[in-house]
Design a protein around this ligand. Structure first.
Ligand code: CP
Length: 307
């Protein structure tokens, strides 16, 4: 039962609860008109302390397409956060007006703090370099829809695996499915954090390998999950400039991949996928962004207990 719950970490929901969300998302995709009034009278608050295009717009589109309404801010300077109001007081206040809230914050753990003080469900829309559980719902729904399964897959994660919160969340979520093999493609400085390596990969006996070049491993992959180097999380601009173009997926590299390999990317893209790849049928990142809206529609229906 997901009614009234928060979503802060990708492991907050069981595999069975995720299946329920994917099943509902599939039903919405098949017949969206059936759901067009289901959130009538419901209000979503979007609290974005950091920039966003996909996450905020897809949540807002999801609520509006379900017949509900949206309030919120897209940068904290336009709210009383700029006067020093705490996350706890902000969410308590928002709970007086809205039925459900989604929060993105540069500080790791801020949405968790909000959930502890909240009377309404809180959804983590990305906290610093930590987690991004609704991107994970998006990624899993995309993989399940296109591949028809979430087991027996080899997934390559490429780019900024240190700060890339979508990578951390997806590795965590995939660790619960059978026969998942992970290949980590990153420079030394941008490797996955120790807790992902030790607490998720090693502890759950997930087979994993590391590589320094896409072309060395792309032929083994069912999914290539590209990520941008997260400029906003670097302390030193020189390091960012040195690392930002280390991995660029282009047509030459795609020739080494299987015909059925999917290319995913949470977006935004900077330079890491050449534009020439967009017309390749294996490039699924814009479909992925669309699945994100359906995943969030299903998530909000479940958290509000709307049938
Ligand atoms: N994937 C993602 O989180 O994109 P935005 O930063 O545009 O929301």
């Amino acid at each position: 039962m997901l009614k009234g719950r928060h979503l802060i970490d990708p492991m907050d929901f069981s595999v069975e609860e995720l299946d329920g969300i994917f099943e509902l998302a599939g039903d919405i995709i098949a017949d969206p008109v059936k759901y067009s009034d289901s959130m009538k009278g419901k209000l979503l608050a979007t609290l974005f302390y950091e920039p966003s295009t996909r996450t905020r717009f897809s949540f807002e589109a999801a609520m509006l397409r379900l017949g509900g309404q949206v309030i919120g801010f897209s940068e904290p300077g336009s709210s009383s956060v700029s006067k020093g109001e705490s996350v706890a007081d902000t969410i308590k206040t928002v709970g007086c007006y809205a039925d459900i809230a989604v929060m993105r914050h540069p500080k790791e753990g801020a949405p968790k703090v909000a959930s502890l003080f909240s009377d309404i469900p809180v959804i983590n829309a990305g906290d610093g370099g930590h987690q991004h559980p609704t991107q994970t719902l998006t990624d899993l729904l995309t993989i399940k829809t296109v591949k028809g399964k979430l087991e027996n897959l080899t997934i390559g994660f490429c780019g900024d695996l240190k700060f890339g919160r979508t990578v951390h969340s997806l590795i965590k979520a995939l660790s619960r499915y059978e026969n998942i093999r992970v290949i980590l493609i990153s420079p030394e400085e941008l490797k996955v954090p120790e807790y992902i390596r030790n607490e998720i990969l090693i502890k759950n006996k997930i087979e994993f390998a590391e590589a320094e070049r896409i072309e060395d491993v792309i032929g083994e992959l069912d999914i290539l999950y590209m990520t941008r180097v997260q400029k906003e999380r670097f302390f030193n601009e020189d390091d960012y400039l040195r690392l930002k173009d280390r991995f660029i997926l282009d047509s030459e590299k795609m020739e080494l991949a299987s015909e059925s390999m999917m290319v995913l990317h949470p977006l935004p893209r900077v330079n890491e996928i050449a534009y020439e790849i967009d017309s390749d049928p294996r490039a699924m990142y814009f479909q992925q962004a669309k699945y994100g809206m359906y995943a969030r529609m299903a998530l909000m229906l479940k958290l509000l207990g709307v049938r």
